[in-house]
Design a protein around this ligand. Sequence first.
Ligand SMILES: *[C@@H]1O[C@H](CO)[C@@H](O)[C@H](O)[C@H]1NC(C)=O
Ligand SMILES: *[C@@H]1O[C@H](CO)[C@@H](O)[C@H](O)[C@H]1NC(C)=O
Ligand SMILES: *[C@@H]1O[C@H](CO)[C@@H](O)[C@H](O)[C@H]1NC(C)=O
Length: 263
Amino acid sequence: MMDSAALSCKDCTSWRGLLFTVSLLTCWLHPTTSQLTIKSVPPIAVEGENVLLFVHNLPKNVKAFSWYSGVAPFKCCEIASHVIATNFTVVGLAHSGRETVLNNGSLLIKSVTKKDSGYYTLRTIDSTSRPEIIRAEFFVHRPLLGYKKHLTPSKLTIQLVPLRVEENVNIFLWVFNLPKKLQVFAWHKGVLPLEHLKIASHSFLTNSTTLGYAYYDRVKVRNDGSLLLFNVKKKDAGLYTLRTVSVDLISEWAIIDLQVNTP
Ligand SMILES: *[C@@H]1O[C@H](CO)[C@@H](O)[C@H](O)[C@H]1NC(C)=O
Ligand SMILES: *[C@@H]1O[C@H](CO)[C@@H](O)[C@H](O)[C@H]1NC(C)=O
Ligand SMILES: *[C@@H]1O[C@H](CO)[C@@H](O)[C@H](O)[C@H]1NC(C)=O
């Protein structure tokens, strides 16, 4: 649904292969000892915009790093490698000519297209030659009917209740200003509207709600778009995206970042 069919298989591997890899990688993609994080700015872009994969807290002892498209550091998917001391970049097979590696670790991708949607992997090497791997994602929309390149900001917003979330509590993602005359809304984990990342969707045409496989016994959705998620775990941390499509095919979205604290 909604753009997912057009999501590209990135480079060398099929989505199925990538998904298998994702599940294998999940545990070590969330390093507990390091605060290294990446934010996609913006996490959902419109074709033609620039996206910055903004690296925070790159450790001081990192000597070199490489960026890859996809969920794993495969040579074939390498965008570029960079040595910090010399500020020297070598482009890889997956470089499209639109990516710029910055000396602070961040990656700028200019004029993004729908095909750029997906996961990106950063691999850093520190002075002990210990690699660390971290992943980011962003989604690129075609300019949809109803909006131009520069969107008027959507009024759709999400508020997290409670504000500070600890493990094992129930949370409420409270939605404000759900647009009128909707066909459908859908919640996804992360920003990619992929079927296996779907939490729930609701069709107003049939007044029916569908829950994602991994969530069917853990969530409730309300007609106003709000989502109740029971018994939150550490693995539930991350971005949540709500997308709406109106009967006029106007699409809006809102994103919330859920942090799950240890009590
Ligand atoms: C990295 O460099 C870019 C471009 O100079 C800048 O926009 C960004 O803020 C920098 N990131 C950090 C974490 O300093
Ligand atoms: C690194 O090199 C690029 C050009 O390749 C230059 O624009 C940038 O200012 C350099 N950064 C540092 C920190 O020297
Ligand atoms: C949609 O279905 C729910 C129960 O599943 C019902 O309570 C509600 O009144 C229905 N709404 C409309 C507009 O039919």
